[in-house]
Ligand binder design. Sequence first.
Ligand code: S3P
Length: 436
Amino acid sequence: MQPMSFAAAGPLRGTARVPGDKSISHRALMLAALAVGESRIDGLLEGEDVLATAAAMRAMGAEIVRGADGGWTVAGVGVGGLHQPAGALDMGNSGTSTRLLMGLVASHPITAAFIGDASLSRRPMARVIEPLSRMGADVTASPGGRLPLMVRGLCPAVPIRYTLPVASAQVKSAILLAGLNTPGITEVVEPVPTRDHSERMLAGFGAALTVSTEGKARHIRVTGEAELRPQHIAVPGDPSSAAFPIVAALIVPGSEVRIDNVGLNPTRAGLFEVLRAMGADLEIVDAREVGGEPVGDLIARASPLTGIEVAPELAPSMIDEYPILFVAAALAQGRTVMRGLEELRVKESDRIATMAAGLAAIGARVEELPDGLIVEGSGGDPLPGGATVAAQLDHRIAMSFAVAGLAARAPVTIDDMTPVATSFPGFAAMIGALRG
Ligand code: S3P
């Protein structure tokens, strides 16, 4: 346990960068490990979640090395070439590593055990077990479809057409990755669009992949037994990490913060749209494309915010940003209503319950709903603070309350900041630097 307190200390000012995008970093390592030849990855997130993916890909035969300049090289084994790992794959806290790697193993002739920490071992895996079993994988899970579990892959696997019952990029990606080593066409139908990094990157690596919109649904088809060509990937800064200093700048009076090189993929950028609708002075400068992903620099200036009703349809494009949006709403004028968020209950923690409890403890007015949260804002007055909140092994909860502490009358103590290392090593140092 590593408790840490955050307190108000004047405006945040200056320019910062945030670490590489977590979703893109996982996918870059996995696809590079399946290419034939050597790929290079710049800007990789060196957080524990991504390092768990790197360790697993090494255990299955890829050579993955960090260069002295911070760039990573990956010598791939080719699709179909993954080796039998010698021991269990330790996924730590990472749901993305677990679900995507289960997909990879599902269509290879290998058997792999997946283990993880207490938070990950509570999370539902049936959502991937179900489609992967249809493809022929044999999965033995702990009660409730949880970790620890064992996946015995089938090679050749059976291609499927699968309509996602939950809006989940992890489930979509698990099936597409399984489809890479499956003869024929594997198709995922998405009634609601989710982050499309897998599709963009698979196309970049040369997989035969098509995306079409039929009615409202997206149909993604990948042709199996693919040969992937090595790539040079530049990972943009993670918008989900940029969200913390941006909201901090908006709610701490007198602040102006610039975050360079932030990924602005529309399937990820819902929070920025919502903050603007609440009155945020949030500017995008130098919008550009880097390695198939939209990127820009963001400037956030302290702003009076107004509560709104957030459209539930936006949820998939900002699913990881609700904890920090709850904090922004707590400082807004009036009421913010956020619904359609059932998925938040099965993230690294139950993010509705954990945030409701912590916000109430620091004096915010919140009402917990089965599928969301209603926040009655302070109208810009600092929150009372002066309490210790439980992060529940959840990095984004810890960072959200750290930001809340910057806009509170008395310090906010987070009981354990260690989970922050999964996605944002250097978070506390960055906040310190912006405070001058
Ligand atoms: C992710 C998808 C989302 C998100 C997670 C990363 C991904 O999860 O919450 O942090 O990289 O595909 P779901 O697929 O469960 O919505």
